[in-house]
Write a protein that binds this ligand. Structure first.
Ligand code: ADP
Ligand code: ADP
Ligand code: MG
Length: 451
């Protein structure tokens, strides 16, 4: 039987996976919702099959039926949608198809953030002080809060995508936010369960990409710094981090590998950490899937993560050893979103009337846009990723400036100007930033505009 892959996703990541399949010589099948029939992934795949309405990328049975009907033997979930849904992974396994990701048990184990922290602690990884379990009532919350201390976060046990995180500074805020947070969390993630976690002031988000084969070999990659976030959502990432020492890098890689070994991890994934102002590291969570920002790691290491991920799923061994993973230069990624900067970055869907995509040495654009394509209001507002790679950080920043300057999108509003302005910010250029940088920066830009 030849290997054939169904891609249960859309947008730039579906396009990225299609390219990987084609390079491997595996035929691939796109699925699409009826509003997505003109999407690029539908055009680029070898076959495409409509699976229903707007929400059909979440319809497990339709997707699995499509895979079986088209003779696929594997399903790649991409990120978002069903990528971290252990029930889906388990269904795929039960249908004797390969789920291109870790096993359903591992996804289930790590999808619960409280669980994941318990595992990390067992591996000797420092964790952020928390309520040691879910908090189900206001009384319990107040009691736990007095032990943890303010400020703290109310976090969704099954959260993701930067949503379901609420900052509170005192008992009054906790009381007024607690039930609202649970309500919102239930709407987003299907369970209202939350826990409390100490708030680390002005932290850096650094994360380690791992890859594990089915024979127990595991490798870890140099860290990505994803501290440039807006409302807990990553916007600009770079690798390596300008503030992580060789020594800390080695420790983070070792810890990520230990955790992966502990749970019997296979496939690719990412272990996320926070660094406090003293560069002490704490485990945050594991994303058991391909991540949006994987291209910066590909750039500095020369390793194709998506191709490797597919090969690992088909049972191949890792062909690289830890020693062979080297850092060459610096890579930065900017996420272009169809958002209106003048209206608090609300989604700005619409038709792409014209588009000019930058290029040149060390510039990579991952996108599903083309002239005439439509950005739909129903899905993620990510429209393109601009990835640059250069020998030094400053050269990478200068390259990013040029790339953003030459990226022309006629149609919906985008955040491109904000990204461009950041590339000229003195602190950013010096590598001095934390997870609050973008929130503060956009406030300053707004204030200046209104002067
Ligand atoms: P998600 O699953 O939504 O990605 P995470 O737990 O990874 O949730 O947190 C998302 C972001 O929220 C982090 O990158 C960080 O910026 C912020 N964050 C999470 N936990 C803390 C914390 N304890 N203190 C400070 N910031 C935090
Ligand atoms: P990454 O670390 O890959 O950047 P993000 O947290 O930005 O991950 O999430 C990537 C995409 O997946 C985003 O489009 C986000 O909205 C979506 N996503 C992540 N986790 C979830 C989840 N649990 N439920 C729904 N969507 C999610
Ligand atoms: Mg996260």
């Amino acid at each position: 039987m030849t290997n054939k892959v169904l891609i249960a996703n859309r947008g730039e990541i579906a396009v990225r996976i299609i390219r990987a399949c084609k390079e491997l010589g595996f035929p691939c099948v796109a699925v699409y919702s009826d509003v997505d029939q003109d999407s690029l992934h539908v055009r680029l795949a070898d076959e495409a099959i409509c699976i229903g309405g707007v929400n059909s990328y979440l319809h497990m049975n339709n997707i699995i039926s499509a895979a079986i009907a088209t003779g696929c033997n594997a399903i790649h979930p991409g990120y978002g949608f069903l990528a971290e849904n252990s029930k889906f992974a388990s269904l795929v396994e039960q249908c004797h198809l390969i789920f291109i990701g870790p096993s359903s048990q591992v996804i289930e184990l790590l999808g619960n953030k409280i669980n994941a922290k318990v595992i990390a602690k067992k591996c000797g990884i420092p964790i952020i002080t928390d309520s040691e379990g879910s908090v189900d009532s206001i009384e319990e919350a107040i009691c736990e809060a007095s032990r943890i201390g303010y400020p703290l976060l109310i976090k969704a046990t099954f959260g993701g995508g930067g949503r379901g995180i609420t900052l509170v500074h005192d008992d009054n805020e906790l009381i007024s936010e607690f039930n609202r947070a649970r309500f919102e969390v239930e709407k987003s993630f299907g369970s209202p369960e939350v826990y409390l976690e100490k708030y680390i002031a002005n932290p850096r988000h650094v994360e380690i990409q791992i890859m594990a084969d089915q024979k127990g070999d595991i490798v870890a990659f140099p860290e990505r710094d994803c501290s440039m976030q807006r409302r807990h959502q990553k916007l600009i990432e770079e690798s390596p981090s300008p503030i992580v020492s060789e020594e800390l890098r080695t420790i983070l890689c070792e810890k990520a590998i230990e955790l992966a070994r502990e749970v019997g991890y296979t496939s690719c994934g990412t272990v996320e950490f926070l660094l406090d102002r003293n560069n002490h590291y704490y485990f945050m969570e594991v994303n058991p899937r391909i991540q949006v920002e994987h291209p910066i790691t590909e750039a500095i290491t020369g390793i194709d993560i998506v191709k490797t991920q597919i090969q690992l799923a088909y049972g191949q061994r890792l062909s690289i050893t830890q020693k062979e993973i080297m850092i060459k230069g610096v890579a930065i990624e900017c996420r272009l979103n169809a958002e209106d900067p003048d209206h608090d970055f609300r989604p700005s869907p619409g038709m792409i009337r014209n588009i000019i995509i930058p290029g040149g040495m060390g510039i990579r654009i991952d996108t599903h846009l083309y002239a005439g394509s439509e950005i739909l209001p129903f899905y993620d507002s990510l429209i393109a990723k601009v990835i640059v790679h250069a020998p030094t950080r400053l050269e990478a920043i200068r390259k990013m400036r040029v790339a953003l300057e030459q990226f022309m999108i006629d149609g919906p509003k985008t955040n491109i100007e904000t990204l461009y302005l950041v590339m000229y910010n003195t602190d950013y250029v010096k590598g001095i930033y934390d997870t609050n940088f973008i929130n503060n920066f956009t406030e300053i830009v707004k204030a200046n505009k209104h002067e």
